[in-house]
Design a protein around this ligand. Structure first.
Ligand code: FAS
Ligand code: PHB
Length: 389
């Protein structure tokens, strides 16, 4: 089989790229390791930057997002018994949109299927060949049948555990990593959100986040030990712990209910440089990971897709390699700013096992400064709603 762009990974990065390319008549094939249901069953991001919303519009997939997405003009930040609000719209003129990654992915799958897009599921043993030549190709297997896909370009959209990053030679690749000494235990419950906006809470017992998917589907997280397993936590134990970590007036109105999903995500900051090797381009989690505190994971994958899509479009429409040649540097410039914000907000809101009394004083001082200082809130708002592409 031959295509113009071979895309490894049928998550949001791969699907969004495929749909954008399709909108310009550029052919692609998506190779996905799992089934569509498995991909849609992963509960992940919940907050979209306007940049991703605009890309979904450009891809012709934003109808349900506009109908069901919830605009948030700000967020609450609590520490101890204190709480204040950071107003995104006041500082940036821009809200964020609360709309689950699952729904983004569902919309993209629906659009690809409607357009007759080529997606192969249950793909195994993907190997990238001759990425640093003018004629790369992939080999892989489906149900034990060996297959080959010849292409002009390869987009590595296969996430942190994919194969694309490994195709960049070790003597070329530079990796940067920070592993956090805790994870996030998250649950999904068919209950009304405790508040109409998100609450990020720094409590003596650890971090908590009150989020949502819609007016009757709530998403909550508490910082947990890396040794914890979801089955260690009953629903009741989770609710009791969450109530201890959020302000009392919020805890009093928290509506609890059975969890319909419960999982633990480890937190790490990770970046691979470069994000290009010959005709292989890494996108999204294949190249970088952020702690979810700043809601930057999915949104930084989107800016990668924006840069790569436009580079490929220029190649095919104007025979220009300018966008592709600038891809890695341009994507990384924004990736590192997302890494910084996610690290900063994680450092501000979590309790670390080795924190000294002085460290705790620094956290409170930073929170007090953020609470009182307009410039500090402006900086947080600009990063949270999304820096320019
Ligand atoms: P993805 O990992 O989503 O998709 C990669 C796809 O490639 C997967 O479908 C995988 O099956 C496939 N694949 C892998 N190897 C392959 C191979 N060899 N061959 C073919 N296919 C292969 N971000 C937030 O903003 N907020 C959050 O709360 C949040 N929570 C998260 C929780 C968890 C547990 C994880 C892992 C991530 C979370 N993220 C969160 C980040 C997440 O949203 C990612 O940024 C987003 O999924 C990135 O999308 P992709 O780059 O498409 O990678
Ligand atoms: C979510 O709703 O899953 C979510 C929201 C904001 C974050 C992280 C996760 O920072």
């Amino acid at each position: 089989m031959k295509t113009q762009v071979a895309i490894i990974g049928g998550g949001p990065s791969g699907l969004l790229l495929a749909q954008l390319l399709h909108s310009r008549g550029i052919d692609s094939v998506v190779l996905e390791r799992k089934t569509k249901d498995y991909v849609l069953g992963r509960i992940r991001a919940g907050v979209l930057e306007q940049g991703l919303v605009r890309l979904m519009e450009e891809a012709g997939c934003a109808e349900r997002l506009h109908a069901e997405g919830i605009a948030h003009d700000g967020t609450l930040v609590s520490y101890g018994d204190e709480m204040f609000r950071v107003n995104f719209t006041e500082h940036t003129g821009t809200p964020v949109i609360v709309y689950g990654q699952t729904e983004v992915t569902r919309d993209l799958y629906e659009a690809r299927e409607k357009a007759g897009g080529k997606i192969e599921f249950n793909v195994e043993s993907v190997v990238i060949h001759d990425a640093d030549s003018d004629a790369p190709h992939l080999t892989y297997a489906v149900d034990g049948e060996a297959r080959r896909l010849d292409c002009d370009f390869v987009a590595g959209c296969d996430g942190f555990h994919g194969v694309s990053r490994q195709a960049i030679p070790l003597d070329v690749r530079r990796e940067y990593e920070k592993v956090y000494p805790f994870g996030w235990l998250g649950i999904l419950s068919e209950t009304p959100p405790v508040n109409h906006e998100l609450i990020y809470a720094n409590s003596p017992r650890g971090f908590a986040l009150c989020s949502m998917r819609n007016e009757n589907l709530s998403r909550y997280y508490i910082q947990c030990s890396l040794s914890d397993k979801p089955e260690d936590w009953t629903d009741e134990a989770f609710w009791q712990e969450l109530k201890r970590r959020i302000p009392p007036d919020q805890a009093d109105k928290l509506v609890t209910g059975p969890s319909i999903e419960k999982s633990i995500a480890p937190l790490r900051s990770f970046v691979t440089e470069p994000m290009r090797w010959g005709r292989l381009f890494l996108c999204g989690d294949a190249a970088h990971i952020v702690p979810p505190t700043g809601a930057k994971g999915l949104n930084t994958a989107a800016s990668d897709v924006h840069y790569l899509y436009n580079g490929l479009r220029e190649h095919y429409e104007n025979a220009s390699s300018e966008g592709l040649d600038a891809y890695s540097e341009k994507a990384l410039a924004r990736v590192w700013k997302a890494e910084r914000f996610s690290w900063w907000f994680s450092s501000l809101m979590h309790r670390y096992p080795d924190q000294s009394e002085f460290d705790l004083k620094m956290q409170v001082a930073e929170l007090e400064f953020l609470r009182a200082n307009k410039a500090a809130q402006q900086a947080m708002a600009e990063n949270y709603v999304g820096l320019p592409y």
